[in-house]
Design a protein around this ligand. Sequence first.
Ligand code: AHR
Length: 320
Amino acid sequence: MISKKALVGAGVLASMLMMSSSVLAQTVGFSQIGSESGWRAAETTLTLQQAKDRGIDLKFADAQQKQENQIKALRSFIAQGVDAILIAPVVATGWDSVLEEAKEAEIPVILLDRMVDSSDDLYLTAVGSDLVHEGSVAGQWLVDELAGKDCNVVELQGTTGSSPAIDRKNGFEQAISGHANVKLIRSQTGDFTRTKGKEVMESFLKAEDGGKNICALYAHNDDMAVGAIQAIKEAGLKPGEDILVVSIDAVPDIFQAMAAGEANATVELTPNMAGPAFDALAAYMKDGTMPPKFIQTESKLYTMKDDPQAVYEQKKDLGY
Ligand code: AHR
């Protein structure tokens, strides 16, 4: 016969287990921008994996590149009473109302990889890289590589109004300012996609004497660079030689291009934003520990000297 003491003990244990599972097995909503790039695909894969490993029930919403869809997804997460929300915000503006609604519902929001211009008391923390720094690392690489040689640069910007497009542009311009030999002659959005990157590069090449007047391409992500490389080849020029190529993300495809001598440098952005985000969330939910408002991930420059083929082999099965 089971004693009363044992029953009381079992009850305490059961309620302790329930408490710990309510802390660990959270339901989290994740509003993802879409799947515009290889980097974004990897971020999605890693977020789903990180959630699974931690026993989190992740409700995933793909916004197909539209802010209105992200706002709808957030409202639906709030209505469902999720424990927390992750969002990679497509653009920087226009989030105040929905973030206020989440705050009123006491649902912590964590920003992934992009920033918003709302007050920082409307979100718990933001996980991302220093986007200005990434642009300036790319610019500095070009300045050093040119060693004073005159160079006309064309730029493929990310999605208009997104924080990486704004900051990577600023960082690059800061790095080349004061170097009169480096001139930014054309700059247009390629929306972070391969197709648009190719399309816009074709128009740059056409407008600049078939590309003879262009010495370097700076692309705000590798996917646009890969599209542009194709356009440069189709124009009869050699990417990586006739036109230097520097971009951001460090996705496997750019290492293949580097190994083939068709791209020159990339700045790494880790797709694992969810790991630090879930760690911060777990500490916050456990005992109210407030994370810093910005959790910065590392940025690393890779050039052709870094054995791009080997890096490609390491990265190719990581969900990009
Ligand atoms: O916000 C990060 C950027 O968004 C990545 O550099 C790009 O590839 C993506 O789609």
